[in-house]
Design a protein around this ligand. Sequence first.
Ligand code: SF4
Length: 166
Amino acid sequence: MFERNISGLQVNYYFVCKKKLWYYSNDLSMESGNENVEIGKVVDETSYNRNNNKHIMIDNAINIDFISEHNMLHEVKKSRKIEKASEWQVKYYMYYLKKRGVENLKAKIDYPLLKQSVMVDLTKTDEEELEKILSDIKIIINSDTPPLTENKKYCKSCAYYEFCYI
Ligand code: SF4
């Protein structure tokens, strides 16, 4: 299955919190103005300014931070707190572009505030796993009601905190 209309952010939210994924996908966007989201945007906008190929939007679904020399895709994040979500977001970009005929892409997640980078691979097993994840995302976002509150350690900094707890 190749879902052109699932975004990288939705894949990320699938790992962060399925309720957040549902809220976001059902047009309950609270991200603008949330302090953590704003910090992330500033990190993204002020990092790696030398690179002109920033924010490459493809099919209105995937939004690549930038691609540098030697086909290296970069995703910029402010912290390593939910690294698994970031890794699968990047794996999804690689998977998506592969389905669009782009081969030999390498990828890394950059943490400019930490001065660190982490390489990301896309294996055959990852591709199979992504197909299951995309199916699951479809089921979640098309449900009439959101999943139950998951009580995560980062709930208090989530843009949807008031929806879930107040
Ligand atoms: S507050 Fe917690 S449960 Fe609610 S959407 Fe955010 S992360 Fe998920």
